[in-house]
Ligand binder design. Structure first.
Ligand code: ADP
Ligand code: MG
Length: 729
């Protein structure tokens, strides 16, 4: 009899919370302790070096070599004061995870002694042995090696005993091989484009930064249960498992009390976050059982993206200490809510204004409306690219699964702002009379602040929703690197703002007053982007039909969604905004397709193994017991009684054998299909065929396995069931 399942359950239930407390220490005393932040820089660096880093952060100026030596010296003394022994260039390759290669500070001096060494050149540039990171052919085409280069805009930090230096990862010819490089370029592009538009309203604005506040959803599971599920171990999601009798229909987990064991994990995680300067603010249960959310206060987008990449790693480490596994997969359990990573996005000026926050007077509200309407127009014109930016094998299970935003991109703005835009749309084009102007200012633009205070108007089903002072991009998957969607969102917005500026300037040159010109262009945009706005239920079937009527795309699978990256307009857009060259986009496209295909391939193999080696033998085992039992009945009962009582069991035997044979034949066909597809040369074709030909087998096999789970003796079922995975704490 398999005991692994029951011993895993027993172990799980016997676990006690692992106490964690920071005692009397205040969070403010811990915050940023392990970050080479402004305070630490001031203390450990010359004022010259400090100024050069500040200039690099604020103005993007280059740091020269001698200055880099000074920065490195300061960074080293700070790190040694924190007992660090190693340093690493920390980067985000296209695999989605973070990468690091640790080198020791220690260097022998040749006379039997040693010193701790770290120079400007070691800080600024490194050449990791990175031949195995995906590069989509870039490094073969250009130069065999890639190097990492320091990103001074994201502060260095210490993890364990290692000084981690955030870096970009590029090929020798300068092509991006990571997720950070395009993001930094997009942030630069939006800075210039948005600053230029801000000049219409405030000449004092010199810089615009993009802000990001992500909300990370995740599942926790006890280590023992996790280990007893080969599918979770190998693919991050359950490939089989019948829905439990009680799911999430009672909503009793959401905002319920956090279990003690989980609370202790969260406490320690938050402690680690504080040390790393990640401003974690909220924690709560999510909709599904054993699902939770963690969210920090928003930060400048580059730092925020780094913090999210970092936290996904830290979560895992802390969870291990509490005998938990963190599941970051978008859909670890079928028929249970999946996990997302809402990206709250806005733009902020160096004068302290949130450009998506309605202001106090008509003038600042016109600025708000400008950025607000331009965002809607950018999303309208580039909805497909936004869809591509969130595409992944995991997220395919979540988007449109009736509890997550659909794969159809639309924008929700609430009834009040809808009314505002409707009023603006009705304005006469061209010159306005003084009365009209006053009317617009007082009754349309002037009314925004008071109405937005009443922010009850929230639509949780929209993939891209305005939430009072920011847009929330909800379709992002929980395992994603937010740098990817953030690069795309900021790029499309930058392009949109540049077009807007051109159009308004042309009207001003044509003799129109500035405000009128702005109104007039905004009015056109409101009209032109109307079909992307949707205020209704995004989860309903009605919306799918309606969206189709409106001509909005509904691309459900990753390999097709990824096509938008390499469409002509997208390539032009990336190139024009200085975000990615054609080569870089095509390389990424290739890498993402390959990653998709590999994931499906692994899932298919793992399910094949589980079905063949765990489920079928167990089912046969049970079937034999039934057969024996029926034989026994026949021996001890008279013919008439036997016929009466054995029927159901005979039916069961038939059903079990039927299901077994469907599993076996589908498994064989699935293997044959894989063999055939693996011969394909074209990555895109292979990804599409895996999607269209292999996934249906995975679904069919799962269906039969889940039916068997309901038939076979619980005692011999070889793996923990959903009710155990989801309800054991
Ligand atoms: P929820 O969406 O769960 O109701 P909140 O609306 O409270 O959560 O906030 C979600 C996130 O939005 C937080 O991380 C918060 O820091 C972030 N946020 C708030 N203002 C901005 C902004 N101007 N730019 C980017 N993110 C923001
Ligand atoms: Mg949210």
């Amino acid at each position: 009899m398999p005991t692994i399942r029951f011993s895993a359950i027993k172990e799980t239930f016997s676990r006690q919370p692992i106490e964690f407390s920071i005692g009397d220490t205040k969070v403010s005393e811990l915050f940023g302790e392990n970050v080479f932040n402004r305070k630490a820089m001031k203390e450990f660096m010359t004022s010259e070096a400090y100024d050069s880093v500040m200039n690099a952060i604020e103005k993007g100026t280059k740091i020269d070599r001698t200055m880099a030596d000074q920065v490195a010296a300061g960074m080293k003394s700070w790190a040694l004061s924190k007992h660090a022994t190693h340093y690493t260039h920390w980067f985000q390759p296209l695999t989605g995870a973070t990468a690091e290669k640790h080198d020791s500070f220690f260097e022998p001096t040749g006379d039997g002694a040693a010193i701790e060494k770290f120079t400007g050149s070691l800080l600024v540039q490194q050449e990791p042995d990175a031949s195995s990171f995906p590069n989509g052919g870039i490094r073969n085409t250009f130069e065999a090696r890639g190097y990492t280069a320091w990103d001074p805009t994201s502060p260095a930090f210490i993890m364990g005993r290692t000084l981690c230096i955030p870096t970009v990862f590029v090929s020798y010819t300068g092509e991006a091989l990571d997720n950070k490089t395009p993001l930094l370029r997009a942030l630069q592009s939006i800075d210039h484009a948005a600053t230029a538009v801000c000049q219409y309203f405030d000449k004092g604005v010199k810089k615009v930064t993009s802000t990001l506040g992500w909300e990370q959803e995740y599942f926790l599971i006890d280590t023992s249960l996790f280990q007893a599920r080969p599918d979770l171990v190998m693919t991050g999601r359950t490939l089989l498992g019948h829905a439990p009798a009680k799911g999430q229909q009672l909503d009793d987990h959401y905002f319920g009390a956090i279990p003690d064991r989980v609370r202790m994990f969260m406490r320690e995680l938050e402690y680690e976050c504080y040390l790393l300067g990640i401003p974690v603010k909220t924690r709560h249960n999510e909709v599904a059982p054993c699902q939770f959310e963690l969210a920090p206060i928003f930060e400048e987008a580059n730092v925020s993206v780094d913090h999210n990449a970092l936290i996904m790693d830290v979560m895992d480490r802390v969870a291990n200490r509490h005998f938990f596994k963190v599941l970051l997969h978008e859909k670890p359990y079928a028929r249970v809510n999946g996990s997302g990573k809402h990206n709250n996005w806005s733009l902020a000026t160096d004068t302290g204004v949130n450009l998506l926050s309605p202001g106090k007077n008509p003038k600042s509200n016109l600025q708000f409306l400008t950025f607000f309407v331009n965002t809607i127009k950018a999303v309208h014109d580039n909805a497909d690219l936004l869809r591509a930016s969130i595409a992944s094998a995991g997220n395919d299970h979540r988007l449109g699964a009736n509890e997550a935003p659909p794969a159809i991109i639309s924008v929700f703005i609430g009834s009040h702002l809808t009314a505002t835009l409707d009023a603006l749309e009705k304005l006469e084009g061209g010159k306005m009379t003084p009365e009209q102007k006053t009317d617009v200012k007082l009754n349309v633009v002037g009314k925004i602040p008071e109405i937005l205070l009443d922010n009850t108007d929230r639509n949780r089903t929209s993939p891209f929703a305005f939430t009072g002072n920011k847009f929330e991009f909800r379709a992002v998957g929980s395992a994603a690197n937010c740098g990817v969607p953030m690069a795309v969102l900021n790029t499309i917005m930058a392009a949109q703002l540049r077009t807007f500026k051109k159009e308004v300037d042309a009207k001003i040159e044509g003799g129109m007053k500035k405000d009128e010109a702005i109104f007039s262009v905004l009015k056109d945009y409101i009209k032109a982007s109307k079909k992307i706005r949707f205020e209704g239920d995004g989860y309903g079937d009605e919306w799918v039909k309606e969206a189709e009527k409106r001509g909005l795309s509904n691309v459900k699978t990753t390999p097709h969604a990824l096509d938008f990256y390499v469409s002509k307009p997208a390539l032009k857009l990336f190139e024009e905004q200085g975000v990615m060259s054609k080569v870089e986009v095509e390389a990424r496209h290739e890498i993402m397709l390959e990653e998709y295909q590999k994931k499906i391939q692994i899932e298919s193999r793992v399910l094949g193994d589980i079905a063949g080696n765990h489920i079928v033998p167990t089912a046969i085992n049970y079937q034999n017991r039934l057969i024996e039992n029926v034989r026994g009945l026949k021996q001890v009962l008279d013919e008439k009684t036997y016929k009466k009582v054995a029927k159901e069991q005979l039916d069961m035997i038939e059903e079990i054998s039927g299901r077994i044979s469907v599993i076996i034949s589908n498994k064989e066909d699935m293997i044959e299909t894989r063999k055939k597809l693996n011969k394909l040369e074209d990555t895109r074709k292979m990804a599409i065929d895996y999607c269209e030909q292999v996934i249906p087998f995975i679904e069919k096999i799962r269906y039969e396995c889940d039916k068997l789970e309901m038939l076979v003796d619980d005692e011999i079922w070889p793996m923990p069931k959903y009710r155990e995975l989801l309800f054991s704490k």
